[in-house]
Design a protein around this ligand. Structure first.
Ligand SMILES: [Zn+2]
Length: 396
């Protein structure tokens, strides 16, 4: 809307009088005299008029004047075209017109229905698909959505494996390296201990073809596993491990990710996230904001759950392989000391925004699982002497 200056406003005034505005002073006087004092205030509520309506108004005024001059009685005045009607009448006309334009207006008024039906169909279909692809992690019994087959998972893993080899080919240590010897020694025991769990991975599981690679990078205190069982250990984590038992904590954690098919679960989870964002967008919610919220509410907590599950399962596997489960606590304490942020607020923020549980939470959870792991350690015949031998080997 543009502002109108005073001179322009003055030039507009005669035109307003010319069109005999029904709410102009003269018109009101005329109506009051005709209809009595209690004139309906709605009568004079203006609605925007078109040029056609203004023309009809002028015509009506002139003809009425002419009939009046001719002495024609008011009750014999013929019906006038496009008489200016009060707002109520205009409203009722709009309703009549709506009825007249039935199909079109019904479509507009009920415009949400097709969208709502589509939304319900999408929700129903997505719900059925989700339920039909729920399965339990064999080792822990946790229910999760997964719609990736073992073959698809292997294929994805192979592609990732090739690109990882390409990325780190200059840093991958040869098999003659002492670091590789240590990693392979621990890996053999861990893999032997989890053979049964490996076969429970999927209903048609084949034994995993594990490959172990050590990447020379003293700054990376990290390790990861790719779908299909390709494990990569950075040399930067070895000093934190300190011993075979410490390294067993890392290896059994990574191997647990593969046994529980966490990579495939993450891919399936990203599909759920995408579908949820799409449904929220259909409901008219801002897509950018809904993605952030979904990430906070769904993706990150699920990622932390997966990590925690790998810790729990890893603790069991290392106990099964006769590595003292206490070493897992000591390893995470060392990791925590190396990464410590120091502030409680920073730790809370990390807990919310991180894909991994914070170290303090990890340690307390491992301590909770420790009695069960120790029972397993004893039950598997891992005698005190063997525990001692492990300590000797790791010290050498
Ligand atoms: Zn992990």
């Amino acid at each position: 809307m543009q502002a109108v200056d005073a001179p322009t406003m003055i030039t507009m005034l005669p035109r307003v009088r010319l069109v005999a505005d029904p709410c102009s002073w003269l018109s009101i006087q005329r109506r009051v005299s005709r209809r009595g004092f209690h004139s309906d205030p709605l009568f004079c509520r203006q609605v925007p008029r078109s040029h056609g309506e203004e023309f009809a108004e002028i015509l009506r005024e002139r003809m009425q004047k002419q009939w009046k001059e001719q002495g024609l009685p008011r009750d014999r005045w013929p019906g006038l075209p496009s008489q200016r009607r009060p707002v109520r009448l205009q409203k009722s006309m709009r309703i009549d017109a709506d009825v007249g334009n039935g199909p079109q207006l019904r479509g507009i008024q009920s415009g949400h229905h097709p969208r709502l039906i589509l939304l319900l169909v999408v929700l129903g279909g997505a719900g059925v698909y989700y339920i039909f692809h729920l399965e339990q992690v064999p080792a822990t019994g946790r229910w999760r959505f997964i719609d990736i087959t073992a073959q698809e998972e292997r294929k994805m893993g192979e592609q990732a494996f090739q690109s990882t080899l390409q990325q780190y080919h200059a840093q991958i240590l040869p098999s003659s390296s002492p670091a590789v010897h240590q990693v392979e020694r621990v890996a053999r025991r861990i893999i032997r201990a989890c053979e049964k769990l490996d076969m429970q991975r999927t209903h048609d599981a084949q034994p995993t073809q594990w490959t172990i690679h050590v990447i020379q990078d003293p700054n990376q205190k990290n390790a990861f596993v790719l779908p299909g069982g390709h494990i990569f250990i950075f040399t930067g984590i070895l000093p934190v491990c300190q011993s075979d038992a410490g390294l067993a904590t890392v290896m059994s954690h990574e191997i647990s990710h593969q046994l529980a098919r966490h990579s495939a679960e993450k891919v399936a989870g990203s599909k759920v996230l995408f579908a949820a964002a799409f449904i929220l967008e259909m409901m008219g919610l801002d897509i950018g904001l809904s993605r952030i919220l979904l990430n906070l509410v769904m993706n990150l907590p699920n990622s932390r759950k997966i990590e925690s599950e790998a810790d729990e399962l890893g603790l069991r596997i290392m106990s099964q392989a006769c590595y003292d489960p206490h070493e897992a606590v000591y390893f995470w304490q060392r990791m925590d000391a190396g990464e410590r942020s120091g502030s409680g607020i920073a730790e809370t923020a990390m807990a919310l925004l991180s894909t991994h549980p914070v170290n303090s939470k990890r340690i307390s959870k491992i301590k909770e699982w420790l009695p069960e792991a120790l029972d397993q350690f004893q039950a598997n015949g891992c005698s005190e002497s063997e525990r001692f031998m492990n300590l000797v080997r790791s010290g050498s």
